[in-house]
Design a protein around this ligand. Structure first.
Ligand code: SF4
Length: 200
């Protein structure tokens, strides 16, 4: 798919999300947070749901977790312009509570379209919710994130071979400093990916 086709489809999706009422989160959101980044990104990061700052500004990962995330990207020489970044839910759950199964079920149509259109080589999941969804989507045996974080798992999908990289959510590093070191270590897999894809 050409960049122009991708742009058209992602903009259409963005406008559908902006008026989406498929779950009750539309009643409490300020802005939808569809996600953003390079439409030709080789790496797509999927988090959980917008928080307070994201809901106010309509952008993903801009609060404290976002600062950690930027630090992690920087540690491997990546910038947000080279990746696509989004969440499973496009609207903020009140008081940042965990996403409900019904909300995930209602919203993942949007994520599925993003994955199909952007067609990344690597799908990196940030936290339990996106890891569980992506593992189920690609028929991988479900594991706790504590058992699989930092691994690179190859899957053959309807739209080609993908690498799945499950990671802890950057939010854990905002209250547990040892988890920051775990995340920094896990992010090294992207250095290897960049090394193998020098034209990236
Ligand atoms: S969270 Fe997703 S399904 Fe629910 S209203 Fe927002 S965009 Fe629609």
């Amino acid at each position: 798919m050409s960049r122009e086709e991708k742009k058209t489809r992602i903009e259409k999706l963005r406008s559908e999300i902006a008026s989406c009422k498929r779950c009750s989160l539309h009643k409490t959101r300020t802005h939808t947070v569809p996600g953003e980044g390079d439409l030709n990104a080789k790496i797509m990061f999927i988090g959980e749901a917008p928080g307070k700052n994201e809901d106010l500004q309509g952008k993903p990962f801009i609060g404290r977790s976002g600062k950690v995330f930027d630090k992690l990207l920087e540690s491997v020489g990546l910038t947000r312009n080279q990746i696509f970044l989004c969440n499973i839910l496009k609207c903020r759950p009140p008081d940042n509570r965990n996403p409900l199964a019904t909300e995930i079920h209602a919203c993942t149509r949007n994520l599925d379209i993003q994955i199909k259109v952007i067609d990344p080589q690597v799908i990196a999941t940030l936290g339990n919710f996106s890891t569980t969804y992506i593992f189920q989507k690609f028929n991988l045996a479900l594991e706790k994130i504590s058992a699989v974080h930092g691994q690179v798992i190859g899957v053959d999908t309807a739209f080609g071979h993908k690498k799945i990289v499950p990671l802890f959510h950057p939010a854990v590093a905002t209250y547990n400093n040892s988890k920051l070191n775990v995340l920094l270590n896990d992010f090294c897999v992207f250095k290897q990916f960049l090394e193998k894809n020098k034209s990236f």
